[in-house]
Design a protein around this ligand. Structure first.
Ligand code: PRP
Length: 284
């Protein structure tokens, strides 16, 4: 039985349970239990405080966690990312009050910076030869400059709305972060490595499917060579003859990011009746 930690509350929780569900792993949640067993996979789920998860993982209480990679930079000793999961994207940034004159990183020399990420901030300041005072606080960091506790803050930014509402503007991005499946750095040597690989396989299939679309289109046979050049499929498109002579149906898989560009090109090349269909799982 694998043990995985997820956030007890917070922005990663919902999508963590949702991606497990897409993997066929159903987690009972909402009855207040902090430890529960999933159906569909031998998995026990622990709902824990975000900042406690790295030490539970390191100490072997759990085998895996779904966490932001920002936590690795801060508490990453002995643990590492097994698979980026592509959700909860955000960045760790330094921000200052819009009304003050701190605009460049060099302006932070001799200033006080409030943060819940002292390790990451300290590393960044040292790399940039900035001598600033780090003031560690555990939450509501954005209020620190307004109440005179600090001259700047270093915190996670996602939409930027918390910064804006508190009169702050972003000065420097320290790093980008996203949710990831995290394990102990030596997990592949552990007895349950096989089970971990099975879970990773399911997650990879879901992630591949989420960023791809299945495309079907009809085209005159004379257009097929051109259309095949445009379609960046998994291998080459499937081509099936239509009842109407001289026409075929082409099927392929395309990247979600590219499909609007490609559809324009396909239409110009003679494609008709284009259908774009979501893919539930994709086994690579
Ligand atoms: C994070 C972060 C910021 C906010 C930024 O807090 O600490 O306060 O999100 O998001 P935005 O750019 O979309 O406004 P979160 O709500 O995750 O909770 P926390 O205070 O426990 O960190």
């Amino acid at each position: 039985m694998l043990k995985i930690a997820v956030q007890k509350s917070g922005r990663l929780l919902e999508e963590s349970l949702s991606i497990l569900r897409e993997c066929g792993i159903y987690v009972p949640f909402g009855d207040g239990r902090l430890k529960t067993e999933a159906s569909g996979f031998p998995l026990e789920i622990y709902f824990l405080r975000n900042s406690d998860i790295p030490s539970y993982l390191r100490d072997g209480v759990v085998d895996l966690a779904i966490l932001g990679t920002n936590m690795l930079a801060e508490y990453g000793e002995g643990i590492s990312s097994i698979l980026p999961l592509g959700f909860s994207r955000c960045r760790l940034s330094i921000a200052t009050l819009r009304e003050n004159n701190l605009q460049r990183i060099g302006d932070l020399n001799g200033k006080r910076i409030a943060t819940s990420y002292p390790v990451s901030l300290d590393k960044y300041l040292k790399e940039n030869n900035i001598n600033a005072q780090i003031h560690e606080i555990s939450g509501s960091v954005e209020i620190a400059p307004t109440i005179g506790l600090a001259d700047a803050i270093c915190d996670l930014v996602s939409s930027g709305s918390t910064l804006m509402k508190n009169g702050l503007s972003e000065m420097e991005v320290i790093f980008q972060s996203e949710a990831a499946l995290i394990g102990r750095s030596n997990y592949s040597a552990e007895s349950n490595a096989g089970l971990i690989e099975k879970l990773v396989f399911r997650l990879k299939s879901v992630l591949a499917a989420n960023k791809s679309k299945y495309i079907l289109l009809n085209a005159p046979n004379s257009s097929i060579p051109n259309i095949c050049r445009i379609l960046p499929g998994m291998k080459s498109p499937t081509i099936l003859p239509l009842a109407q002579s001289g026409w075929s149906s082409l099927h392929s898989v395309i990247d979600e990011q590219q499909f609007w560009d490609i559809i324009e090109e396909l239409k110009l090349a003679g494609a008709e009746g284009i259908l774009i269909i979501p893919i539930e799982k994709m086994i690579l």
